[in-house]
Write a protein that binds this ligand. Structure first.
Ligand code: HEC
Ligand code: HEC
Length: 184
């Protein structure tokens, strides 16, 4: 008897939720709405955030293909003129995390577009060198990037995309330090 009541309650709850979601299209705080707007999956590994987020933001794994992360993770002692070497076990765990959530293993739309924009077997080690990335940023004048103390380089995603680590890059959330919203 109890089980039946529970089942009925659950199904009522479920249908109630579904009705709610339909009415939530325009509510920016609804989980579904946010989920729709997310461009790539949010960074979800605290160890990754700590180890790979100390010099720059922890780049969301869905911004590069697995082969790129693999290459980056096997040359950490010579990481863009820096040494980002890790203990062997940490290196292994973070590599697994990156590969599992890389652009080729993600269903987020921006990851899909990044994959489609890749040239054959290219193994880019920078997000900023992706054709897709360049195309999206080629209209931003240098005075807003290099000539801007608070930005410096396009690698500094979170200077302009405040929720980059959470996977949000939509135009409405862009805030270029000293210049504000992007209006193209
Ligand atoms: C000791 C500092 C340091 C640590 C720790 C570090 N990086 Fe970097 N990383 C850099 C520097 C410096 C650059 C080049 C930034 C630039 O050109 O503006 C860079 C660039 C990158 C880029 C390319 C960004 C672009 O331009 O598209 C990726 C991807 C990256 N790092 C991933 C990682 C990962 C993954 C880890 C963790 C295993 C990590 N980094 C840890 C210093 C670091
Ligand atoms: C100087 C500020 C700035 C920095 C730094 C920056 N971006 Fe952007 N980004 C922009 C602007 C402005 C646009 C919108 C360009 C347009 O539509 O003409 C944009 C667009 C995008 C888009 C496309 C969004 C859409 O809705 O079409 C993505 C994805 C993106 N950026 C990712 C990144 C990543 C990843 C990084 C770091 C590796 C980064 N950006 C660094 C300013 C910046």
């Amino acid at each position: 008897m109890k089980t039946l009541t529970l089942l009925l309650t659950l199904s009522l709850l479920a249908s109630g939720c579904m009705a709610d979601d339909d009415g939530d299209e325009g509510n920016e705080n609804s989980w579904r709405f946010l989920q729709k707007q997310r461009d790539v999956a949010a960074v979800s590994n605290p160890q990754y955030q700590e180890e790979c987020g100390s010099c720059h933001l922890a780049y969301p794994p869905g911004l590069l293909p697995a082969r790129s992360w693999k290459k980056i993770m096997t040359h950490l002692d010579q990481h863009f003129d820096d040494n980002a070497e890790l203990e062997a076990d940490v290196q292994k765990q973070l590599t697994e995390y990156l590969l599992l959530h890389s652009a080729d293993h993600s269903s987020y739309r921006r990851s899909g577009r990044i994959m489609r924009s890749l040239n054959g077997d290219d193994v880019p080690i920078r997000i900023t060198e992706l054709a897709y990335f360049r195309h999206k940023h080629n209209e931003i004048p240098q005075r807003m990037i290099k000539g801007n103390d608070k930005v410096g380089s396009l690698s500094n995603c979170n200077a302009c995309h405040r929720r980059a680590e959470q996977g949000f890059f939509n135009e409405r959330e862009i805030n270029i330090p000293g210049y504000g919203a992007w209006d193209d």
